[in-house]
Design a protein around this ligand. Sequence first.
Ligand SMILES: C[S@@+](CC[C@H](N)C(=O)[O-])C[C@H]1O[C@@H](n2cnc3c(N)ncnc32)[C@H](O)[C@@H]1O
Length: 335
Amino acid sequence: MAAENMTDEKESAPACLAAMHLPVLRREVLNFFEPRPGLRCLDATLGLGGHAEGLLEKAWAAGIKDTELLGLDRDGAALALATQRLSPFKEQVHTQRRPFSECDQALREIGWENLDFVLADLGLSSLQLDSPERGFSFSADGPLDMRMDQRQEKSAADLVNGASVRELQNIILALGEEPLAGRIASAIVERRSKAAIKDTEDLARIVESAYPAARRAKARNHPATRTFQALRMAVNNEEGELEAFLNKIIGLLRPGGRVLAIAFHSLEDRAVKKLFRAQAKDCLCPAHTPRCICGHKAQVRLLTAKPIRPGEQELEANPRARSARLRAAERLERE
Ligand SMILES: C[S@@+](CC[C@H](N)C(=O)[O-])C[C@H]1O[C@@H](n2cnc3c(N)ncnc32)[C@H](O)[C@@H]1O
């Protein structure tokens, strides 16, 4: 395996985890992948390598062994596990520990100009969620960390203990869509004035205490769900990462090349939908403009009019897939 920028972190999960991991919407993703000789693929969120493995297996099953795959992830532990999982395909795989906002630089580093197939499966991996020491989950105690890339300086503890009440409220409202954001931000600031908030259990309790008992009793999810999601997205600049990636990726596709995105959050799905729809139009002038003055030409055709959702069977086997939405587009053959 060409393992550029490989991790120096120790694996923080057993190797069998990679084998057990169920990639979300695997069959649906593979339906969009049509193996041909000489294809170059990007898995922008390699994670535990489940989707990447599926793509390479499908190509092999079709007798094609020259498909190349570049896998990016900013999590060193995930890259280590994915590298192990993809070892049967090692001559075909490149990995880089990088944020996907740098997809253009990643391609340049291995001398590629463009791509035939791109997948971004956004959000957290099960490895991250199930490792209490990573601090992503409120259901197991751990340090308030939440960094996908552990080389990054600022963790969730820095944000929770350092941001102003207004900043916390804005983050929890905008990224968590949490109606009680103001109460939660005030509860955090009040509690940290006595002692720093250091672990996930502490934070989950504070958020819970900001919820009126009646709402707590009615809530379908744990009261801390939205707050944890918002803080994780802020710590990892997930909105900014996605925007930068979307702005670059269509320009990196070869004519006929396909890009697929799986989002778990309505904000992310909206961003994907907006970009794909805009890039599928010939004109982006405001409605009622008498004649096109923007000159925009469609770059893609949509392959999914509506997002694809997991079926019942998948949800039974993997309830975490419930909010997944897959959208796909194909670069047009023009110029
Ligand atoms: C849902 S998991 C991907 C799972 C993968 N498709 C599989 O089959 O195992 C998302 C992965 O994307 C990584 N990730 C999230 N945001 C990223 C970013 N901006 N740049 C690079 N990797 C990112 C996370 O660290 C995580 O490992």
